[in-house]
Design a protein around this ligand. Structure first.
Ligand code: PMP
Length: 396
């Protein structure tokens, strides 16, 4: 017979098995928690009864609350209903999805594009479909978790090179077996710096390796018409045959896509399991993203506004001796070091009405905990000024 504290049914046994892992996170001060925020406007959220300025979102152009984007979603919701009801290959692919894919292909200068339900899934699908046993997946050490996880799924050999180090990539490629697929973030999500894409592309060319670039944080923000960091570096489909972008950040919507040759897209439709075996995003989501893409292409105003806010933040923070990382993107991390003071700073900022995420291990290496400030075109000059003033006070 089990004692009163011993698990005696499968549910209790499972909980007992999980409890030490939770306790460990707790003891290390690294337990993550979901909090609930009510959005009030593009930059304001209600949290625990207080209105805060949001400096944590990836809504870099302020499109998530743009009335044109919201109206496009509402109209499509009325026309098509709520859910897509099925996977793309069954009956989930609506005219909104089809039009969005065509527009994404045109925007990125590729023959075709394929929608995935999230960026996480697009990266899993790409790695799994394009690399297999005997191949090499060669990745930047600081790539997003979804690329690393895709590497595990693919069963290819996962080879990592030092962060943003094209020479180390060159060395790695020299000995990597099989077909070599190089995968890199264009803008690194926790550091805000940009991969040396031109040099990376040159090494890929020299070693006959395929280059995939994840433009999650570059699309909409960098390059002509917001086409991303690779376009800004002058790289097109010949150098970057596999282009991946997400739609839930600067585009203000949700989802992701891969763009490339017609053959690549046809192949992914057959073999990318994360594409085949999942429900298509709602048509209203595709309609919202179409509106976001149109704004992004036609209107340089939000990008200019964003650039001004980034410059203002860096200037202000540097004037107060706040240690920034080398980034010219909307991701502006502040180096702190240990997890506990980083969390304390984030809490104190929230008390003062500023939401800034504390980033701790295991998301980043031990000893490199940081505050991750993200800026948006929707922030006003006064918003950024107020954040810098609050940071300056706390930093002392
Ligand atoms: N790639 C990168 C570089 C990212 O930062 C993220 C999201 N943070 C993703 C992929 C995943 O995208 P999604 O949120 O659409 O799943």
């Amino acid at each position: 017979m089990s004692g009163p504290t011993e698990p005696d049914n499968p549910a209790q046994r499972l909980d007992a098995r999980l409890a030490p892992g939770l306790a460990q996170r707790e003891a290390e001060g690294l337990r993550r928690q979901t909090r609930t925020f009510q959005r009030r406007s593009a930059t304001r959220v209600q949290w625990q009864g207080r209105e805060c300025i949001n400096f944590c979102a990836n809504d870099y152009l302020g499109l998530a609350a743009d009335p044109r984007v919201v109206a496009a979603g509402e109209q499509a919701l009325q026309a098509h209903g709520a859910g897509s009801g099925a996977a793309h290959l069954i009956t989930g692919h609506s005219p909104e999805h089809a039009a969005l894919e065509a527009e994404l292909a045109e925007w990125t200068g590729r023959e075709a594009a394929l929608l995935f339900s999230t960026g996480y899934m697009a990266n899993l699908g790409l790695a799994q479909a394009l690399a297999g046993k005997g191949d090499s997946l060669v990745q930047d050490k600081l790539n997003h978790a979804s690329l690393i996880d895709g590497g595990q799924l693919s069963r290819a050999r996962l080879i990592r090179y030092h962060h943003a180090d094209a020479e180390h990539l060159d060395q790695r490629l020299a000995t990597a077996p099989g077909h070599r697929l190089v995968m890199t973030d264009s803008v690194f999500s926790m550091d805000g710096d940009i991969a040396p894409l031109k040099q990376i592309a040159n090494h890929c060319q020299a070693h006959q390796a395929t280059l995939m670039v994840d433009e999650a944080h570059g699309l909409g923000v960098l390059g002509p018409e917001g086409r991303g960091a690779a376009a800004e570096a002058g790289l097109g489909p010949a150098q970057v045959p596999v282009f991946m972008g997400t739609l839930g950040k600067a585009l203000g919507g949700f989802g992701a896509f891969v763009a490339g040759s017609r053959t690549l897209i046809d192949y992914l439709q057959q073999y990318a399991r994360a594409y085949v075996y999942t429900t298509a995003t709602p048509p209203s989501v595709a309609a919202m993203v179409r509106a976001g893409v149109a704004i992004c292409r036609e209107d340089t105003g939000p990008r200019d506004q964003l650039a001004a806010r980034i410059a203002q933040f860096r200037e202000g923070a540097e004037a107060h001796g706040i240690p920034l990382m080398p980034s010219r993107t909307p991701i502006q991390p502040i180096r702190v070091g240990e997890a506990a003071p980083t969390v304390a700073l984030s809490r104190a900022l929230a008390e003062a009405g500023f939401l800034v995420q504390a980033i701790r291990p295991p998301t980043v290496p031990a000893g490199t905990a940081r505050l991750r400030v993200t800026l948006s075109a929707a922030h006003s000059e006064a918003d950024v000024e107020a954040l810098v003033a609050a940071l300056a006070t706390l930093w002392k």
